[in-house]
Design a protein around this ligand. Structure first.
Ligand code: AMP
Length: 305
């Protein structure tokens, strides 16, 4: 099954202790689509400005991402400027220029309205709600957000969360949104909004998933080289949703496998700037790292002493 994703397509200017990139290809929907495209067909809805080069359209098409819903508007492409210190878990936003997103009204093409898998990537929650109002009855709706929207539009965000199945959010954002310091209490407060599944991303410490009554934890893959964490959350979500859409298996076991595929994709993405690692990645490498994850977390059952 294909996935419909609505989110940002951006130019990012990013600085990490290991280098910097100016106006490189980024955006929540870009990272998500590219990652998900390793598992399934992706229909992308977003907007870019007149300055967005053909080369980036060509890249998305080369990954078999359907860009019929990626419109071009007069003005400049969304621009995010961020910086990471040696603690790569937390990005410091230096500037957010919404540009063409300021007047963007997502129009879901008729062919996408029956989407079974929908991902509302990080974008203004009011736009996320407009998307929800246009689709018919997706089987799985997942959503992401960030501190910028939690601080500026908490009520709109709450209304979106009440209508989705799965929320993918950072540890700090979970605390900020729930106003609970303890992460388990924060999770309970957020789940009470009606979610089936809550996934809390904890950067280099991995992810924690609350799915119904069960809790599952996966570490992040221990990497020696991490260059740029930008897009880790979105590539995680792309692997997670891509696998779910590929198999249709939303059982506890299936959702745990999806979570590992998400972690695998994020672990590759941070190895290079922008989408560079996604560009060189092959499916064999994804399989290999999935196996390494299994070995990393395997331990024997309780021994009798
Ligand atoms: P992450 O996966 O959380 O690292 O997401 C990084 C991407 O989010 C970057 O490529 C940015 O272009 C994009 N981004 C940053 N701020 C916003 C925002 N306020 N709305 C939508 N997208 C954003």
């Amino acid at each position: 099954m294909s996935i419909l994703v609505v989110g940002s397509v951006a130019f990012d200017s990013v600085e990490t202790p290991f280098g910097k990139g100016e106006n490189v290809l980024g955006g929540s929907a870009t990272y998500f689509s590219t990652s998900a495209s390793f598992f399934t067909d992706v229909n992308l809805v977003a907007v870019v400005g007149e300055d967005f080069p053909q080369e980036h359209f060509d890249f998305l098409k080369s990954r078999n991402i359907n860009v019929d819903g990626l419109s071009r508007s007069p003005g400049k492409t969304f621009h995010w400027k961020g910086k990471y210190g040696y603690d790569l878990n937390e990005a410091q936003t230096l500037a957010t220029h919404l540009n063409v997103f300021e007047h963007f009204k997502p129009v879901i093409p008729a062919a996408y309205k029956d989407a079974e898998y929908l991902f509302l990537a990080n974008i203004d929650p009011e736009l996320q709600m407009e998307v929800l109002n246009q689709v018919r009855k997706p089987r799985v709706i997942a959503c992401d957000t960030m501190n910028f929207w939690i601080a500026s539009k908490p009520d709109a965000l709450k209304k979106v969360i009440e209508r989705v199945d799965i929320l993918v959010i950072n540890e700090g954002e979970a605390r900020q949104f729930s106003q609970e310091a303890n992460l388990v209490k924060a999770a309970r407060t957020i789940l009470d909004l009606g979610l089936k599944t809550l996934i809390i991303k904890r950067g280099e410490y991995g992810v924690l998933m609350f799915n119904g009554a069960s809790v599952f934890a996966a570490p992040a893959y221990p990497l020696e080289e991490v260059f740029d964490p930008t897009g880790a959350g979105d590539t995680f979500a792309g692997g997670f949703m891509g696998y779910l859409a590929n198999t249709g298996d939303t059982s506890e076991a299936g959702i745990r496998q999806a979570l590992i595929f998400g972690s695998v994709m994020a672990s590759f993405n941070v190895e290079d700037f922008s989408l560079n690692r996604m560009k060189s990645l092959g499916y064999k490498e994804i399989e290999e790292r999935y196996r390494s994850f299994k070995a990393l977390t395997h331990f024997e059952g309780l021994p009798s002493l």
